[in-house]
Design a protein around this ligand. Structure first.
Ligand code: ARG
Length: 276
């Protein structure tokens, strides 16, 4: 028995050392990598962060007994920041993909999403599309027939991969179309209004919210892809992974996950968080 405890103690010391060397800086902090330009999942209200993922981030930090620090960065930096251990977890409306899985471990999926297309209300090129009743195949045909057509997407996203083509995702892309990469989906959407880009392809719920805030835009609510979001942790970081999965399980079982998501979709959410 004594020996067992000695081994256990040694194991704990090794584990403790491993955590200290993980490079996550202050052990009392949970550093969360995000790109807060993706409503309703993560966005800013002044200096404060808000959104579905941000509220879950706060619950996770509380569960882990840590102080939350949200680190806002370009979306295409999130994976690297988790890989390098600078941030313990990426919470960024991130779609699980095979290529990303080679770089990070994903938690359980917590939300199903899809890419959709946005265009300028009144743009006559789109009049053939019945936006209430169009199929993905019809949109694909429409896109592949365009000449002199540009699609705006956020850099590093599955929207970019869909439009540009991506071997890992099995997306052929559209060789007749120029796919532009923006730092945010909202910047791409504003460029539709400025006639600098013809359409934007982005995740469904952000499309609806961005279109509403920019104004003068129409969202074709037809799923071009089928995706699911999860949080990303450094490969082998079972502590963070298990804590996040336990939280997701709990939130799913007690109905809180749906409540959080719905509150941000219907605008009744009140959660905000400001870094200490
Ligand atoms: N779901 C898409 C992806 O994983 C877009 C995510 C963009 N997220 C953000 N916070 N900007 O590629």
């Amino acid at each position: 028995m004594k020996k067992f405890f000695a081994v256990l103690l040694a194991a704990c010391m090794v584990a403790g050392t491993a955590v200290a060397f993980a490079g996550c800086g202050d052990d009392d902090m949970l550093r969360v990598a995000t790109n807060a330009a993706f409503p309703p999942f993560e966005y800013k209200q002044g200096k404060a962060f808000t959104g579905v993922d941000m509220q879950i981030a706060k619950l996770l930090a509380d569960d882990m007994g840590k102080t939350l620090e949200i680190v806002d960065m370009e979306f295409d930096s999130v994976i690297n920041s988790v890989k390098s251990g600078d941030c313990a977890i990426g919470m960024a409306g991130m779609t699980v993909t095979e290529t990303r899985k080679e770089q990070v471990d994903f938690t359980d999926e917590y939300y199903e999403s899809a890419q959709v297309m946005i265009y300028k209300t009144g743009d006559t090129r789109f009049t053939g599309i019945d936006k209430e009743d169009v199929t993905a195949t019809e949109i694909e045909t429409f896109l592949s027939e365009q000449t002199d057509f540009t699609v705006g997407t956020q850099n590093g996203t599955t929207g970019y991969m869909y439009s540009h083509g991506d071997e890992g995702m099995g997306y052929d892309g559209y060789s007749n179309i120029e796919t532009l990469g923006y730092t945010t989906g909202a910047a791409a959407a504003r460029d539709i209004i400025e006639d600098k880009v013809d359409a934007v392809i982005i995740d469904r719920q952000p499309a609806l919210m961005i279109a509403e805030s920019v104004g003068g835009l129409t969202v074709i609510d037809c799923a071009l892809t089928s995706e699911a979001y999860a949080f990303a942790v450094r490969k082998g970081d079972t502590e963070t992974l298990n804590a996040a999965n336990a939280l997701l399980d709990e939130l799913e079982e007690n109905g809180e996950l749906d409540k959080i998501i719905n509150s941000f979709f219907d605008g009744t959410a009140t959660f905000t968080y400001t870094n200490p």
